[in-house]
Design a protein around this ligand. Structure first.
Ligand SMILES: [Mg+2]
Length: 333
């Protein structure tokens, strides 16, 4: 595993350690497998403990501000993030800046009874070198420390806590990165229902009209109806704009007694919005069972009014059209 370290110098830390601990039994034992070609990744404390702090995955896809501001290579930075996260002697906080998609770390070190907090991106190269020394020396000291059984147990519990804290911080960070989930109803939100009906001949429509005062129109059961509908004005453009910011899905209901409506809806989406909604479509009579942040729907039926996120009531006084929805949902971000 060849790493490209610009600042971090393991051999110079090793030299310091040798000067300090040479002749000590536990240190000499630790050094048995170490030579001038050894890298930190060979050390037992790296393999057993540090490697569990998966910073590569945690910060995947993010800009690291220290990389821009300082002379650290990405490998330097990843190692430093690993060391800071794993250290039992300092505290840290992950700072995420959404507009620039950038992560920095604020580190608090206790020194001489004083507590000093600095952001990684604000540190110069000599300060960064010093941080590496502090953290790697800490790991050496723990490696050669003679713990009794009780102390050893406490030490391992502390390390376990650090790892759990790191995983919690990373979960919170990834949660901030998650796009909010937005669902779109189809009929009279994306799709102009009436435009489909207008294309059906009178003879067919008559067949599906109410037959008497106790009967109801069943026009939505006309086979093929749902493939003949036009998009609602502004809907296609709005979906494209919202898809840049939200994690978007169709959440629609199809009439139970009109099986062709189920497939017609897929055909409609494929025709008009396949670039956005390809395999992102849920057809259900229970929209309340689906988890998300927003649902744009013109009616409260089929679980919409019980939806656990926010129901954006399309066609209402507050959201009469797509302009109003866009202003709300894009202004919100
Ligand atoms: Mg609808």
């Amino acid at each position: 595993m060849d790493k490209d370290y610009l600042i971090f110098d393991f051999q110079s830390i090793l030299t310091q350690q040798k000067e300090k601990h040479a002749g000590e039994e536990r240190f000499d034992k630790l050094m048995e497998s170490v030579d001038e070609n050894s890298v930190i990744e060979d050390m037992p404390f790296y393999k057993d403990y540090l490697s569990q702090f998966d910073v590569e995955q945690a910060f995947d896809g993010l800009n690291l501000s220290a990389e821009e501001e300082t002379v650290l290579s990405r490998d330097d930075l990843y190692l430093l993030l690993r060391l800071v996260s794993a250290s039992l002697s300092s505290k840290y906080k992950i700072i995420y800046d959404k507009p620039s998609n950038t992560v920095d770390l604020s580190i608090t070190v206790e020194s001489g009874g004083q507590s000093v907090t600095r952001n990684l991106a604000d540190l110069g190269s000599s300060q960064l070198k010093r941080l590496f020394e502090i953290y790697v020396n800490e790991l050496f000291e723990f490696s050669i420390c003679e713990f009794d059984a009780e102390e050893q147990e406490r030490f391992e519990a502390e390390q376990e806590d650090r790892l759990m804290l790191f995983e919690k911080e990373v979960r919170q960070l990834r949660e901030q990165l998650r796009k909010k989930r937005l669902f779109f109803d189809m009929d009279n939100v994306l799709v102009d229902f009436q435009s489909g009906l207008d294309r059906i001949d009178e003879e067919t429509k008559k067949e599906y009209r109410a037959k008497g005062p106790d009967d109801k129109d069943r026009l939505d059961e006309i086979p093929g109806l749902f493939s003949k509908m036009d998009p609602i004005p502004g809907a296609i453009e709005a979906v494209h704009k919202l898809a840049e910011v939200y994690d978007v899905f169709i959440l629609s209901t199809a009439p139970w007694k009109n099986p062709s409506a189920w497939s017609d809806k897929v055909l409609w989406v494929t025709k008009y919005l396949d670039d956005v909604f390809h395999k992102r479509m849920i057809i259900t009579h229970r929209k309340d069972l689906v988890e998300g942040d927003y649902l744009i729907d013109d009616r409260g039926k089929n679980g919409t009014s019980e939806f656990k996120g926010e129901w954006i009531h399309f066609g209402s006084e507050r959201f009469p059209d797509w302009d109003a929805v866009l202003e709300y949902l894009l202004g919100n971000k």
